[in-house]
Design a protein around this ligand. Sequence first.
Ligand SMILES: [Ca+2]
Length: 330
Amino acid sequence: MRHLALIIATAALASGGCTAADSDRSPDVLGGDARPDVRSLDATPDTPPVDARPDGARLPDAAPRSDAARPDAARPDAAAPRGPDHPLPALAPPPAGEPAPVWQVSVVERFPHDPRAFTQGLLMVDGTLYESTGLNGQSSVRIVDLATGAVQRRRDLADRYFGEGLVAIDDRLIQLTWRSQVAFVYDRATLEPRGQHAYVGEGWGLTDDGRRLILSDGTDRLRFFDRETFAELGAVRVTDAGRAIRQLNELEYIDGEVLANVWQTDRIARIDPTTGRVIGWLDLAGLRPQEANRQGDVLNGIAWDAPNQRLIVTGKRWPLMFAIRALHAP
Ligand SMILES: [Ca+2]
């Protein structure tokens, strides 16, 4: 097992969560409404949502939906204590008005990752890795073997859709689309379509706190949705020392906090979803593989492997995934 300590400055975040590396990545090209490789975008989800994969053999149906079928324990009251040995030790909010501290991280383990996967959603349930990929014509939902990176099952979206955040609710997966304002529902075991939901606005990241879905849309908001109906329940604005943290991207709920990639940065925000305050940052600037040098190949994708207490991260078209841990309090 390789253990690579990343020496990262612990200075408090001063502006935007950006690093020197980001200044080289032409944010004017990627920013605002111009994500790369965007072709047709359509806000009327009136065509079949997905193209069936012809070689997709059907697996037995998943267990009926119930709390007992969710041993991933995403429920807040199921959280185990998080001591210093936890990959993400518990962290108190910083004093009022003070910016959240930046934590160093270390790499615990490396795993292969499909370098063609433009990762937009990542999560683990019961040891199985699920991934959503983006770009029009390349979007998919996948079941992936973490150890080998092999794509075990895959369903492609129609070219008009740009896949985004992904979450598991019992025996279903829900996948956002960037601007089509439709979320697709799949059988978690077979990836067979199980319906869809409409929502307003853009879809970026998606996670679940055991009671509600939590959605990011590229702004500084985390929006809350009903898990069954997709009705919008409210929102909270994310700030650090009063400064709005925008372009919140892929999300992961872990024991009472929300981890969020911040698009085009090498940082993950640890957010208290009840207040919107950033309580800490993880700086992953040292993780970007040399191969991930194309425009848009940014850090994105956070999964919590609850049974094994592993925090898995990757990036868009990165050849590697990493299990990481926060090293220590600054
Ligand atoms: Ca995630």
